[in-house]
Each structure stands twice: as structure tokens, then as C-alpha cells.
Design a protein around this ligand. Sequence first.
Ligand code: ZN
Length: 432
Amino acid sequence: MRGVTDEVSGAGARMHDLVRRMYPICRSITGSGVRQTLDIIGEHLPLQRVEVPSGTQAHDWTVSDEWNVADAYIADKDGRRLVDFREHNLHLVGYSVPVRATMTLAELRPHLHTHEAHPDWIPYRTTYYHRDWGFCLSQRQLDALGEGPFEVVVDTTLQPGSLSYAELLVPGEVEDELLLSAHICHPSMANDNLSGIAVSVELAQALLRRQDRRLSYRFLFSPGTIGSIVWLSEHAVGLPNIRHGLVLTGLGGPGPLVYKRTRHGRRPIDRAAAHVVSRLDGDVRDYSPYGYDERQFNAIGFDLPVGRLSRTPHGEYPEYHTSADDLDFVRAEQLADSLGALLRILEAVEHDAVYRNLSPYGEPQLGRRKLYPTMGGRAASDEVMAMLWTLAYSDGSTSLLDIAERGEVDFTQLRAAATKLADADLLERVEL
Ligand code: ZN
């Protein structure tokens, strides 16, 4: 297998390019922007696309009417656009119903939303499940509006159509699946949700190139909440194959990696992710019933072991859900760093194994087998230490991840050490 470093080199720039390409599109939980986004993802991956008609029942939810935007603006009496959807799609509240009216500032004001702490930023607002309309603008734009009257146009359609999602199964030797899910319903924001899409695409391509996949990998690109609930309701039969999972989001911003555990908290994905993320000075947190689609996957009725990987999570960075979550906020190096961590987590889930030390009566003589530096006296290298840890704990029931959890050595190094020691007949693999 190619090393993690090979797989990540060049990936940061590719992922940032993909984020840049998807950034201008106005996405929502339904509509043409979602389809355009899936078209772009589909240029990179052989996706299976699904359209679910409005009105479809999915557990406690119903697929809403489809929303599309032709135009939206607030103009002065001379027709000059003061707030313009075509300049930034965050200017229009998501799922706004159509409006065509002349209004004073006093009439318009209840429909205007600004960001209190940052007068230059446009906030992100939606009204999916309550029919309403509104504009988001910077405080500076609001201060400069004047008293009106204004021409207010929201040229949208909200009518029966469908919800779009896509998935990709990358088959492995076994039917056990690892689910990777990214939401695709946010308009022009780079970290929330384009970073998750870009990392998923790059990861799927890396997995498709591999010849030695043991696990099967299922990628899901769906609108938040309603999309994952619809997908879960349509996949009841296949759900038992899902043995591990991760929601991928917010992977391009600054700040350390953050892993959010599954509801159970001690599944293999939790152990692998906690090991990798803490070795990279990231943060590991317990499950909570708030956040992204991990809420749906972990719900009692499904009980899927799906954690969440991000960098600084939603709500904890000021740019979150604003126009400042832009192409400068997300950086190629941060995307690449996240992908590297993700590949290491998947390696630990896929390749955890138990070995038995075949030379357990004292330390075997590694030097004789050319596994130990011939010059004594120097401190042991990481490579040697990984072999010593593997030999010390491989009693036929302790796995490499168990050893990695002690925190002294990376799983990747333990795996390499185990392979070398097995090649030297010092270890044998135990099939459990
Ligand atoms: Zn969001």
C-alpha cells in the first residue's frame, strides 16, 4: 500500500481548487444548486444519484417542496441594487418565499438580519420548515440603507420537485462498511460544508486507487438532517453492514482536529480516531445530541457507530455561518492535514490485528536479524521502539490498537513493526 504521505501530496491544492469551484453555487436542502454540486462531485467519482420526490415520508419527516432562486434584491427608487443575491448568495434567507413589494425601512426591517459582532460580515439564515422570507446583510449595508421606499424582490419558486443526494460504494474484501458522510446543503461557505465534500472526494479517489481494501467504504453526499434521515429510511436493509462511520465537516479551517465520539463512545472508530487525533495534539470529545448528521446515525433506532471528524467545530469559530467562512478561511494545508489524519484513522480501523510473540522468553535478538542498529549505546529509534512495544504486548489477545492506545507509538509504526517482525518469524498473526 502507498504511504499516507504519498496519498496526501498535492491533495491540499486539489481539494482547495474543488472548494473554490463549488463555492459560488447557491445550495440548499433541495434545488438546482445541490444538483450542480453533485454534478461536480460526479466528475471525480462514479456516483449513484437519487432523487426523492417532495412529499415523501421518511420516519418523522416529510421531504419538502423544492426551492430555487432566480433573483433577489432590495433596490432604491432609482433601481440601484442595495442588497443583491447575485453578489453573495448569503444575502437571501434560505427557503424564502416569493415577494414583490414596495416597502419602507420600517416595514422591511423585521425581515433583515445582520451580524452583531462583525459589522462587515453577512450572516447565514434559513427558514426551511416555516414559510417566511428575509435578507441577510452586513451592519454597514443596513446603516447605509436609508428610509426607503425600497423595491423588494424575492424571485424564488417553492413547489413540488425532489430532494437530491448521491452515494458511492467502494467495495472491499468484506461486506462490512465504513460510512463517510458529508452534508451538501450550505450555500457559499467554504469550511461548512465544502471542506467536508472536498476531503470526501479526495479520500474516495485514494481508496479507489488501492488494490488491498479489506473494508467496503460507503460515501454519502446529502443535505443535512432531512437528507440523512431520507437515506436512512431508504437503506434499512443495508444498515447492519455499517460497522464504522464518520461525519466529515469543517475540515479546512484553522484550529486543531476535533473528534466527536459515537453515542457509545468505545467503538473501534472511537478508539482509532481518539488515538490518531490525540497523537496530533487534537481534541477528543464525548457524544452530544447536537451538531451534524451524527445525530441521525446515532439515533437509538439506528444506533450506528458514527463519530465526527472536524477541526474547530461549528459555533466555536466566529466565521461560522457567515460570509467570512470563505476561500481564505479554508486553506490547502489544513485540508491536507485533515485528510492525512483521516487516512491514519481508517488505517487503524481497517488494519487492527492481534499477533502472538513467537519468541516470548526474553527479548529476541533483533540485531542478529538485522532489525536493530549494530552500533550500541544510542537511544532506540521510533522504529525499534515500535518493535519492542509490539513484542512486549503481543500475547495472542492484545491488538495493535490496544498497544497504540497506551499512547507511546503511532498505530502506523506498530503496523509496520508487526509486519517486519512477522516476516522475521518473531510474530504470528492470530485470527480472532
Ligand atoms: Zn452549518
